[in-house]
Design a protein around this ligand. Structure first.
Ligand SMILES: Cc1cc2nc3c(=O)[nH]c(=O)nc-3n(C[C@H](O)[C@H](O)[C@H](O)COP(=O)(O)OP(=O)(O)OC[C@H]3O[C@@H](n4cnc5c(N)ncnc54)[C@H](O)[C@@H]3O)c2cc1C
Length: 463
């Protein structure tokens, strides 16, 4: 990130807390396409996107909803729009593919039952129609694209995959930096890194944010600080019926096993995406298998300093404890979460994880995978303490001239769509004389996304 401004104006129309992909997307959207005069972004780390949005900490997938078999058609339609907005941005601002790449991606069905399920999804449930580039391919074609997926399987076992060459793999960290740099070309935009928001308090005409670098005042605020957003929301009296179930995800790395992304069918009733193989955005020979799903009492990966923050969000009240007990008593979830504790153990973890890799690459050996040290992040899963249930969708709280974004769904993929929706809310906060030029936003993003007709006229090469 660039240097800090050498002055510190204390008053902005809008302050955004958190410089991950969510905060960066909103900074870009409001700075370029609204007439909010002054906007600042405050990030506690020395660089933008150092936590979950960093490229080592997530699976780098741009989720379109085409190969994610845990989505309904309705969810896939919503997800697709969000992905096309972000993909359009990348098409426009990343012609040299420094922030993204395109690789083959497929979801694989193995055996009669799974094949039937996938065929139904493609031909009858509308996924084939919604995603015109998605093709149903059989053993031979699968082998041509991903030889190691087929090698070693019983030739009698039925195989089917839904595949597209258009698998966007995204470095969300670099994308966040690009969004910030687009925004800072506009007047009235400042970015403060290494500045931690310690408290947010309501004032007569907005909010006062105390930071370790001084006080900021604003008319409206958006807190896009990941799990910390809920902590700040609770301090302001919001989110009483929410607590967090922080789920840490780790990865295992391998070289030369896959050419692109290979998903397996979603395990029934499991709230987390099934383990899969993802090509690395910057090195096609590396595959990242995972993520695992381990329950941790922290808000950020490997940072014991955030245990206290977790306890703050948890609140240690009866409703929270009962909700945890109810969720973890689930017959599918509990064994899954317990098993996942083993995967991070040295030596034993790799051996225990190998069967997941073999679901994708049957001939994989122990020596083919290594634990990706220092990789991974913490997904804040929301617990609804009124319903005592796990809420898997987006978590956002809209208050008085303040928005708290706790987790986008599905993740970073939807960050620009989320920013578009927040921009609509913000102009309402600011009143009649404030506008959001959504047409210009769309022209800069989703309208840059290559449609099949346009793609046929000028094909985009895959990497
Ligand atoms: C293992 C794993 C795999 C994933 N895979 C994918 C995937 O393939 N595709 C996908 O789309 N999504 C994926 N996700 C989800 C995705 O990474 C997140 O949804 C996304 O990065 C969230 O962005 P964010 O900006 O909301 O949060 P973050 O990136 O965590 O950013 C929040 C920022 O707020 C800052 N902050 C916090 N508190 C304060 C404070 N008090 N003051 C100032 N700053 C503060 C933090 O330092 C941080 O920079 C994955 C997540 C995990 C953990």
């Amino acid at each position: 990130m660039g240097s800090l401004p050498n002055y510190m104006p204390t008053k902005y129309d809008l302050v955004i807390v958190g410089g991950g992909i969510s905060g960066a997307s909103l900074l870009y959207t409001t700075a370029k396409f609204t007439d909010i005069d002054s906007v600042s972004l405050i990030e506690k780390e020395p660089t933008i996107a150092a936590i979950n949005s960093h490229h080592t900490n997530n699976s780098q997938t741009l989720h379109f909803g085409d190969i994610e078999t845990n989505y309904t058609l309705e969810k896939a339609e919503q997800v697709k729009e969000g992905a096309e907005i972000l993909a359009g941005y990348l098409e426009r601002y990343d012609p040299d593919r420094e922030m993204h790449s395109k690789r083959s991606k497929m979801v694989l069905a193995v055996g009669e039952e799974e094949v039937e399920q996938l065929e139904r999804r493609y031909h009858e449930e509308g996924f084939g129609e919604l995603f015109p580039k998605l093709r149903a391919i059989e053993r031979e074609e699968i082998a041509a694209l991903e030889p190691n997926v087929v090698e070693g399987r019983d030739p009698e076992t039925e195989l089917l995959a839904l595949q597209t060459p258009d698998g966007y793999v995204v470095d969300y960290g670099e994308t966040a930096k690009s969004l910030v740099s687009q925004a800072t070309e506009e007047p009235g935009v400042d970015v403060y890194t290494s500045t931690e928001v310690e408290n947010v308090a309501e004032t007569a005409d907005g909010y006062a944010l105390s930071t370790d670098e001084g006080r900021f005042d604003c008319e409206a605020a958006v807190v896009a600080a990941g799990s910390h957003s809920l902590q700040i929301a609770k301090n302001l009296g919001y989110g009483d019926d929410m607590v967090l179930l922080p789920i840490a995800g780790s990865f295992f790395l391998s070289e030369g096993l896959l050419n692109g992304k290979v998903y397996t069918l979603q395990m029934k009733k499991l709230p987390f995406a099934a383990v899969h193989g993802d090509a690395d955005v910057h090195d096609a020979s590396i595959t990242r298998f995972g993520p695992t799903a381990k329950l941790v009492p922290t808000l950020e990966r490997g940072r014991l300093s955030t245990v206290g923050d977790f306890l703050d969000v948890f609140g240690l009240n009866v409703a929270a404890v009962r909700s945890y007990a109810n969720i973890l008593a689930d017959r599918v979830l509990l064994p899954y979460v317990l098993k996942n504790l083993v995967y991070d153990l040295p030596k034993l973890g790799r051996r225990a994880f190998l069967p997941h890799v073999r679901k994708v690459v049957p001939t994989a050996e122990l020596g083919d995978v290594e634990c990706a040290k220092g990789y991974g992040g913490v997904r804040p899963q929301i617990v609804d303490t009124a319903e005592r249930s796990l809420d898997m969708g987006e978590a956002k709280i809209v208050g008085d001239d303040i928005i708290f974004n706790i987790t986008p769904s599905p993740g970073a993929s939807t960050s620009l769509k989320n920013a578009m929706e927040d921009a609509r809310t913000l102009v309402e906060f600011f009143g009649d004389d404030c506008e959001f030029d959504e047409d210009a936003f769309r022209a800069d993003t989703i309208e840059q996304f290559p449609r099949p007709e346009r793609a046929a006229a000028s094909p985009t090469p895959t990497d």
